[in-house]
Ligand binder design. Structure first.
Ligand code: NDP
Length: 447
């Protein structure tokens, strides 16, 4: 078996040179899915995983725009249309200077499995640009978003490909992108999700990824008759996912002690309560400030520059910033400080070495493709509401989100339970996500 996996990965590596993040994501899936394929005749010998690692289509394009000084700027735009076997391509847009083909292919590949797990009919895609929104004026953001969509619009559509937000793309950017799409197509459709409430957005969509990450952790804790009550929670990031993971943790009676951004982290030993979180939301979403400013308002907290928060003792860790932000050393530190549960809000935040440590210690560990699927699931609910021209209430969407997270948790157990009773959520999520997409691909033939 090891040889088969090795040969597969070597072949994929040759075809995707210089794409470390993509290869990392493929390796994690191959290690759990290939043994399953070998044991199941219907998938064996059909090169099904080989077909799944090849994007159906990759679009790369030039984005030119004029900054506030009258200078012409040139960025690169991307859309990876990875797999449409079970529905239109669906996945976020990321605006960050680190964006390249490798990062977007890893995200699109993960998205295929994640969307399959949600039980909703959505294929997988991802896109974005190496544009850096930090320090840009609202007008510059608008001009960039308009320029980006003036090309992307011809490749997407409500039944073809439905983008959403991700790092650097929030409500403001979705508004500008939607405006230009509507103008170019002369159509008001549900082509993007994460829209504003007055123009087609779904209640709970902003909260969904963070809330879902916590609901999933809660489901895992319940398998041990445990809960969030009185637990200490360490969270990385301070963007969309981190903010609402913090909010739901607080609602469930936990004490959240950290948040971070790419410059450093804050540790508040008294806990970040709802008032302090409201300050963070205003700081990050309206003032677009840095997390270091927190300690000026709450001097009992500490700010540590240039570090991640994994050295702070906790029961539950929620990595909600970016890929590979938690390595094997961080995992060791978390374990030695008594951490019992890790639920990934970000995509692939734990390195392969870190995941191995969590599995060896047999703690509760949820990979992002399962635990952060609440965001895209609620995007799926937004698509349904747009098609029906109808809105569910906040309570209705939240109930559906909870049910979906519970269903994902259950199916991970179905495919991931080991002989000794330990639940390998990575294996469970990969195989459950694979089966639905593979069955659809087999039914549709070689295309
Ligand atoms: P935001 O842009 O709202 O926030 C990102 C946060 O992560 C910021 O605090 C940012 O700090 C920090 N961050 C970004 N890059 C780095 C880095 N290289 N090192 C350290 N910190 C970094 O993004 P989201 O909250 O939407 O996304 C966070 C993660 O969740 C991503 O992995 C994304 O793919 C994933 N995700 C998001 C979903 C969504 O619905 N939004 C759905 C599913 C997954 P700074 O401000 O300094 O850049």
């Amino acid at each position: 078996m090891k040889q088969t996996i090795k040969e597969f990965l070597e072949y994929v590596k040759i075809r995707n040179q210089g794409e470390p993040e993509f290869l990392q994501a493929v390796e994690e899936v191959a290690e759990t899915v290939i043994p399953y394929i070998v044991k199941n005749d219907i998938y064996y010998g059909k090169n099904i995983l080989l077909r799944m690692v090849e994007p159906e289509r990759v679009v790369m394009f030039r984005v030119c725009w004029v900054d506030d000084h009258g200078e012409i700027q040139v960025n690169r735009g991307f859309r990876i249309q990875m797999n449409s076997a079970i529905g239109p391509y669906k996945g976020g847009l990321r605006f960050h200077p680190s964006v390249n083909l490798s990062i977007l292919k890893f995200l699109a590949f993960e998205q295929v499995f994640k969307n399959s797990l949600t039980t909703l009919p959505m294929g997988g895609g991802k896109g974005g640009s190496d544009f850096d929104p930090k320090g840009k004026s609202d007008n510059e953001i608008m001009r960039f978003c308009h320029a980006f969509m003036s090309e992307l619009f011809r490749h997407i559509g409500p039944n073809t490909d439905v983008p959403a937000g991700d790092i650097g793309v929030g409500g403001r950017e979705i508004g500008f992108l939607f405006g230009m799409y509507k103008k170019m197509k002369n159509e008001f459709t549900g082509v993007l999700t994460g829209k504003g409430m007055s123009w087609g957005g779904s209640k709970i969509r902003p909260e969904a990824t963070g809330y879902g990450t916590v609901y999933f952790a809660q489901n895992m804790l319940e398998t041990k008759d445990d809960s969030f009550k009185n637990k200490t929670v360490v969270i990385s990031g301070s963007g969309n996912v981190a903010q609402f993971a913090a909010e739901k943790s607080i609602h469930l009676g936990a004490k959240v002690v950290t948040l971070s951004d790419s410059s450093g982290y804050i540790y508040d030993p008294e806990g970040i309560d709802e008032d302090k979180l409201a300050y963070v939301m205003d700081l990050k979403n309206e003032k677009r400030g840095r997390i270091s400013e927190y300690v000026k308002v709450y001097p009992n907290a500490e700010y540590t520059a240039g570090k991640t928060p994994w050295g702070v003792a906790c029961d539950i860790a929620l990595p909600c910033a970016t890929q590979n932000e938690l390595d094997d050393k961080d995992a060791e530190t978390l374990l030695s400080n008594g951490c019992i549960c890790v639920s990934e809000g970000a995509n692939m935040p734990s390195t392969k070495g870190a995941v191995e440590k969590f599995h060896k210690a047999k703690i509760l560990f949820a990979p992002g493709k399962a635990s952060n699927a609440g965001g895209v699931a609620t995007s799926g609910l937004e698509m349904t509401q747009n098609s029906l021209r109808f809105n569910w209430t906040r309570e209705e969407v939240d109930t559906k989100l909870k049910d979906i997270m519970e269903d994902i948790h259950d199916i991970c157990i179905e495919y991931g339970k080991e002989e000794d009773g330990y639940i390998d959520y990575v294996k469970g999520a990969n195989i459950a996500g694979f089966v639905k997409v593979a069955d659809a691909m087999l039914a549709q033939g070689v295309i």
